[in-house]
Design a protein around this ligand. Structure first.
Ligand code: MG
Length: 389
C-alpha cells in the first residue's frame, strides 16, 4: 500500500489496490487477495485482475453469440423481448447496484454476471434438454458447467495459454453455480449475481409476457406480489394505463426486490460484522430476499411456469427446437467429417459425442436453424410427435 501518495494531485493515477482499499468493505473480495490465475501473468499497470477478467469475457466469441440466443421468447415472436445478451446486461446492472450499495467488489461482480449464462446452447432450456439427453451416458450437459469448458478450453485468444485464464475467484464463482447445496456459501459477490439473476428474470419475463399479450395486468394481480406492485404504482400514478403501466410495474418489481435484498443482506452483515470474505463464509452470510419475498417470488415463478413457459406457442417452439438439435446431433455423430475442423480436432480430446455437443452448444438460434436446413432439411427431420416437449 502506498498510503502516503498524494492522490488528490492533478493527474495522479490511482492503483486498483488503493481504490479498493478506499471503497470496499472488509468482507468484499479485494483484488490484492486474489489467488491468481492457473497460468501466471504479470499484473497490469492500472487494470485489476477482475477488471481484466470482465474484459476477457466481453471480448470472447461465446459472449458475442449471446445476442443470437433466446432467453424465453424467439425472434419470430417480435423484437421487443429479452435475448440471452440483454438478460445478461440486466443481471449485470442489477448486480452492480446491489454490490455497490453493499461495498462489494463490482469488478468481480461484473465479470461473474457477464459470464453466468455464456454456456447456454441455442433455444434455451429446450436446447439444453436435447444435449443432456444425447450426452446422458457421459455425464449429461449443463449450461453452467459448459461455461467453464468455454472459458478454460474452447476460447483461444491468447498465444500463451488455452482459454481465457480467468482468476480462480471467477472460476470458483461459476463452479458454485453448478452444484447445490454448498458446504459454505460462496463469496458474497457470487451470491449477489445469483440474487440479481432471479430479480431480473422474474421482472423481465413478466414484462415480456405482458407485452406479447400472453398475460394481462388483470391476470397478474391474482398474485400477492404483483397486487402489491400494482397498488404501489397506482398510489403514485393513479391514471396510468397500457404500455406506461406495464413499464411502471416492471420498474417497481425490480425496485421492490432490490430494496428487499439490500435491507436483508445489510442487516445480516451488520449482525455478523465479518472482517474478511472468509469470515463471511464461516458466518454463512446469505445475500438474498426476505423469507416473505422469497415465498412471493416462488408463487410468481410457478405462475410464469404454468401460464407463460408452458404457453402453447412456446411449447411448439421448444418442441421444434429440441427435435432440430436431436436430429443435428445424430447427423454429426453419423458423419463427423461434416463438422468444422476445430470441432473435429476436439474429438481427440473429449470424444465424438462431447465434441458434437460442444459444437451444437456454441451455435446461435439462427445458425442452428441454418445448419438444420442444410444438413437435414424439412422432410427428413424428426416429426413433432417423436418427442415430448
Ligand atoms: Mg441468467
Amino acid at each position: 500500500m502506498e498510503g502516503s501518495r498524494n492522490l488528490s494531485a492533478p493527474g495522479a493515477l490511482q492503483t486498483v489496490v488503493e481504490r479498493e482499499a478506499d471503497l470496499l468493505a472488509p468482507y468484499a473480495m479485494h483484488s490484492a487477495d486474489s489467488a491468481g490465475r492457473k497460468h501466471a501473468e504479470r499484473e497490469h499497470a492500472y487494470r485489476g485482475p477482475f477488471q481484466r477478467d470482465r474484459d476477457r469475457i466481453v471480448h470472447s466469441a461465446a459472449f458475442r453469440r449471446l445476442s443470437g440466443k433466446m432467453q424465453v421468447f424467439t425472434g419470430e415472436m417480435g423484437d421487443y423481448h429479452r435475448t440471452r445478451m440483454t438478460h445478461t446486461h440486466e443481471v449485470t446492472s442489477i448486480a452492480r447496484t446491489l454490490g455497490r450499495a453493499l461495498r462489494l467488489n463490482e469488478d468481480l461482480i461484473e465479470a461473474l454476471a457477464l459470464l453466468h449464462d455464456i454456456g447456454h446452447p441455442p433455444f434455451g432450456h429446450a436446447g439444453e434438454e436435447a444435449l443432456h439427453q444425447r450426452l446422458a451416458h457421459e455425464g449429461g450437459f449443463n449450461h453452467n458447467s459448459h461455461a467453464l469448458v468455454i472459458v478454460e478450453q474452447l476460447e483461444h485468444r491468447y498465444a500463451d495459454f488455452p482459454g481465457l485464464n480467468l482468476t480462480l475467484e471467477v472460476l470458483e464463482g461459476q463452479t458454485a453455480r453448478c452444484s447445490q447445496p454448498h458446504d459454505a456459501p460462496p463469496l458474497l459477490e457470487v451470491q449477489v449475481v445469483d440474487a440479481a439473476d432471479s430479480i431480473a428474470y422474474d421482472a423481465h419475463d413478466t414484462d415480456d409476457a405482458l407485452k406479447l399479450g400472453i398475460l394481462t395486468v388483470e391476470e397478474i394481480v391474482e398474485l400477492p406480489l404483483l397486487r402489491r406492485i400494482v397498488q404501489r404504482t397506482a398510489d403514485r400514478h393513479p391514471r396510468l394505463k397500457g404500455a406506461m403501466l406495464r413499464k411502471a410495474l416492471v420498474h417497481e418489481l425490480i425496485d421492490l426486490q432490490v430494496n428487499d435484498v439490500l435491507e436483508q443482506s445489510a442487516a445480516r452483515l451488520s449482525d455478523a460484522a465479518p472482517g474478511s470474505p472468509d469470515a463471511a463464509r464461516r458466518a454463512r452470510i446469505e445475500i438474498g430476499p426476505s423469507a416473505s419475498l422469497a415465498n412471493e417470488k416462488r408463487e410468481l415463478e410457478q405462475f410464469l411456469f404454468e401460464r407463460v413457459y408452458r404457453h402453447p406457442k412456446l411449447l411448439r417452439i421448444r418442441h421444434e427446437a429440441r427435435n432440430q438439435l436431436l436430429a443435428l446431433f445424430d447427423c454429426f455423430v453419423g458423419n463427423p467429417r461434416t463438422l468444422p475442423g476445430k470441432a473435429q480436432r476436439r474429438i481427440e480430446t473429449v470424444g465424438l459425442y462431447r465434441a458434437v455437443g460442444e459444437y451444437l452448444a456454441g451455435m446461435t438460434d439462427r445458425f442452428c436453424r441454418q445448419q438444420y436446413a442444410r444438413h437435414i432439411g424439412i422432410s427428413r427431420g424428426y416429426s413433432d410427435d417423436d418427442q415430448e416437449g
